[in-house]
Ligand binder design. Sequence first.
Ligand SMILES: NC(=O)c1ccc[n+]([C@@H]2O[C@H](COP(=O)([O-])OP(=O)(O)OC[C@H]3O[C@@H](n4cnc5c(N)ncnc54)[C@H](OP(=O)(O)O)[C@@H]3O)[C@@H](O)[C@H]2O)c1
Length: 266
Amino acid sequence: MSIRVSLAGATGWAGSALALAISRSSDISLVSAVSRTHAKRNLGDVLGEPLLNCPVYAIAEEALTHPCDVFFEFTKPDVAKSNVLTALQHGAHVVIGTSGLTDADFAEIASAAEKHQKAVLAVGNFAITVVLLQKFAEIAARYIPQWEIIDYASDKKIDAPSGTVRELAHRLSAVRPSELTVPLEQTQGVVETRGARMNDSQVHSIRLPGYTISAEIIFGMPDQKLTLRHDSGSSAEPYVDGALLAIRKVSKLVGLHRGLDNVLDL
Ligand SMILES: NC(=O)c1ccc[n+]([C@@H]2O[C@H](COP(=O)([O-])OP(=O)(O)OC[C@H]3O[C@@H](n4cnc5c(N)ncnc54)[C@H](OP(=O)(O)O)[C@@H]3O)[C@@H](O)[C@H]2O)c1
């Protein structure tokens, strides 16, 4: 039996790469898609892929009239939470790729997932190299108490910090808080230049033309530094394999889980 997926954001940069990969897979099928611009069209016609026969709807509520096993959220932060809550009400498991959801959003999603006894797998970055960066950073944080995180992206990225960096800060908070030698309130000058305190990490977001998306974490100890950095290229291909894996595995979970390593044996 193939896994039936409803894909919100199927015509976007990331969603279209995933839709095309699903069309080539033998165990996953797309039953509906969401995009306002291409509503009422066939996704296969929109993406130029004859193998894809899938109706497009303007809103998730309509797309979810087609029964699905997994709802995949790949749109924008302003609609993502409501799409996810709607999907849970319709009895679907959910994979979230969209960035920009806050910890408060995740708390609401977690309680809805528990209430409906469904799984939500939220992944700030589906690339295997990012999953490894997260793991290496968690190990480093066990031994090195001070670090700061830098998030680089193009000037057009509307959310900050990136989903990758939000997830990284969230995960490190489970290891320990990053220590500050000079507390922020004792900073002389402009305290904002020290970045934002998120989940007990200092986070700095840079948005400039010329960047695609990168995440860097610098661990500092007296007279030594460790830098872990991930750079994404311009194609959405690195995310596709991780997204397919999340679709295949999400139904094994219950409740909210953050990070692809929840379905990887690392
Ligand atoms: N987790 C990861 O590994 C990963 C990887 C890549 C991207 N992302 C994140 O995924 C999200 C999408 O990125 P992208 O670059 O693919 O964006 P994009 O190219 O702008 O595509 C957005 C998609 O969502 C649809 N959409 C946007 N607003 C909508 C709304 N209000 N209602 C219904 N559909 C809507 C768009 O179609 P219409 O405009 O026609 O509605 C389009 O299909 C972003 O948050 C990005 O940061 C995450």
